[in-house]
Design a binder for this molecule. Structure first.
Ligand code: SAM
Length: 227
């Protein structure tokens, strides 16, 4: 029997955003690899999932990956989840998928569709997603300014993830680099305080200056492409 590696998206806030298939797969596999056991256990409790979990430290090197490869080659079915959204999208897992595909030809990799902040934000934005560039998290220091220049020169929609610590600084940069473009901030998607703020960078910046209590939670930033 060949092993299977499932890539299973989990909700980005609203626990109802689990697919029936994701619940079934998480119940059926031998092991679920996760980022943080307590986060995954909260989800498991909601859906009565009792599968064993193990923390998967992708960053700590090849040893962890080898252990998973061994189990898959013995025929186990293993699911990979992250704390929220789709694994491998600004989350760990890509190296594991690469190794499985390169080294275990008999093992299937099956990715389930599901929640991702990137796609949810784009579809809520009203900005064209016909062609877009996703930057993940922008670098904090080196290369950050260069990326803003690239975004300013691009005729594609640009999308990136941003943390609460840098959102105001980012809006300042957008005021400088793309003052005329439409900017959308999608915040706390699928959660109680979900909001989508649209305007020029200056308008959005002013909104947050007047609503300081909204500078919290999780953010996706979208910048319309140049004409
Ligand atoms: N793999 C995840 C996905 O598919 O969406 C992304 C994981 S990344 C570590 C976390 C970042 O995604 C957050 O810092 C934020 O920028 C964005 N994000 C996640 N959940 C969000 C939400 N509910 N609303 C807005 N942005 C969110």
């Amino acid at each position: 029997m060949s092993g299977i590696l499932y890539i299973v998206p989990t909700p980005i806030g609203n626990l109802e955003d689990m697919t029936l298939r994701a619940i079934r797969v998480l119940k059926e596999v031998d092991l679920v690899l996760c980022e943080d056991t307590s986060v995954t256990q909260r989800l498991f409790k909601e859906y009565g999932i009792e599968t064993k979990t193990s923390v998967f430290y992708a960053q700590t090197g090849i040893k962890n990956i080898e252990r998973v490869l061994e189990r898959l080659s013995e025929g186990e079915k293993i699911a990979l989840v992250s704390d929220a959204g789709t694994p491998t999208i600004s989350d760990p897992g890509v190296l594991l998928v690469d190794h499985v595909r390169n080294e275990l030809v008999d093992v299937e990799v099956i990715a389930l569709p599901g929640a991702s902040a990137l796609i949810t934000a784009l579809s809520a934005s009203g900005i064209s997603a016909a062609t877009f560039t996703f930057y993940g998290f922008l670098p904090h220091k080196k290369g950050r300014e260069t990326l803003f220049k690239t975004i300013a020169e691009s005729d594609h929609t640009s999308v990136f993830y941003e943390s609460v610590h840098r959102i105001e600084k980012t809006l300042e940069s957008l005021c400088e680099y793309v003052p005329e473009r439409r900017v959308v901030i999608a915040r706390e998607l699928t959660k109680l305080h979900e909001e989508v703020i649209r305007g020029t960078a200056q308008e959005v910046k002013t909104y947050f200056a007047n609503n300081k209590d909204h500078i919290r939670g999780e953010f996706v930033v979208i910048v319309e492409g140049g004409k």
